[in-house]
Design a protein around this ligand. Structure first.
Ligand code: SF4
Length: 267
């Protein structure tokens, strides 16, 4: 496993207190009563959720990568698979001396397949990796040049790369380019739905803006929040939730245990 890099790249303890939100404390305040008359109200706020998860699980030291390029490669390879497989594939690329965009571009297709096979879906991911490397060629493979772009332009540029969706683009923005962006995913949707913050099929942007408007934080805080939600989604708030001993107080499920919801993606 790679040496982990946490949040803003600084070691040691960080101050994870969030700025006071400009918004009302109850995220459901403006909902119509008819939307959820049957559901018990949640009392927890995003900043409190963060504090509880952080107290329970401690710092997560995301993203585990030795370099921004390794981080970007990992963000592609972890799509629809567990991190262990993606990490093995990144290690194999590095051990073979190919963990650089200029080294990946000319690689034979079969060679690249073989190197990243542990990540699964290796044919699709090889194409995506190559697309990323071709994209980086436009910046002379200089990530400092790429990351010098303003956040909206950088996000738009990343979203233009084949295989880079919102979650992958925002992961790169947050953990690679160190921007204060909250990354949402299937674990986020499941947890936020169970907390009655969003509907079951909530869109990515809705979950992201819920956090970024109600809990404005810096890159380290928002990056840590995403990592903690993933950890919580794997340990307690699973498809079949393990509510007993859950560190989240104020969850409506404590009063009415939820039925199992669809399994979240393993990312
Ligand atoms: S109480 Fe259950 S449903 Fe609520 S956050 Fe904890 S594990 Fe998830």
């Amino acid at each position: 496993m790679h040496q982990c890099q946490a949040g803003d790249g600084e070691g040691g303890q960080r101050d994870f207190r969030f700025r006071k939100s400009r918004f009302p404390s109850d995220p459901r305040r403006n909902q119509k009563p008819s939307d959820d008359r049957q559901r018990p109200m949640t009392t927890i706020r995003p900043d409190r959720l963060f504090e509880q998860l952080h107290a329970a699980y401690g710092p997560q030291y995301w993203w585990p990568a030795k370099s921004p390029f390794a981080m970007m490669v990992g963000a592609i390879l972890v799509q629809n698979t567990a991190w262990a497989g993606a990490a093995r594939a990144v290690d194999r690329l590095e051990d073979a001396g190919f963990l650089h965009p200029a080294a990946i571009r000319p690689l034979e297709e079969e060679t690249l397949w073989e190197l990243i096979r542990p990540a699964g879906y290796f044919r699709v991911k090889a194409k995506r990796l190559r697309a990323l490397c071709t994209f980086l060629q436009g910046f002379d493979d200089d990530l400092d040049r790429l990351f010098a772009l303003e956040t909206p332009r950088l996000r738009e540029a990343l979203l233009g790369v084949n295989g880079v969706g919102e979650e992958t683009a925002d992961s790169i923005l947050c953990y690679g380019a160190k921007r204060a962006i909250f990354v949402a995913d299937a674990y986020t949707r499941r947890l936020f739905h169970r907390l009655h913050w969003v509907e079951e099929k909530a869109g990515y942007g809705e979950m992201q803006s819920l956090v970024q408007t109600r809990m404005p934080g810096n890159q380290a805080q928002l990056g840590e929040f995403h990592a903690l939600i993933v950890r919580h989604g794997k340990h307690h708030c699973r498809a079949k939730p393990v509510c007993r001993e859950c560190p989240v107080s104020g969850c409506p499920a404590m009063r009415a245990p939820p039925q199992g919801l669809p399994e979240a993606s393993a990312q």
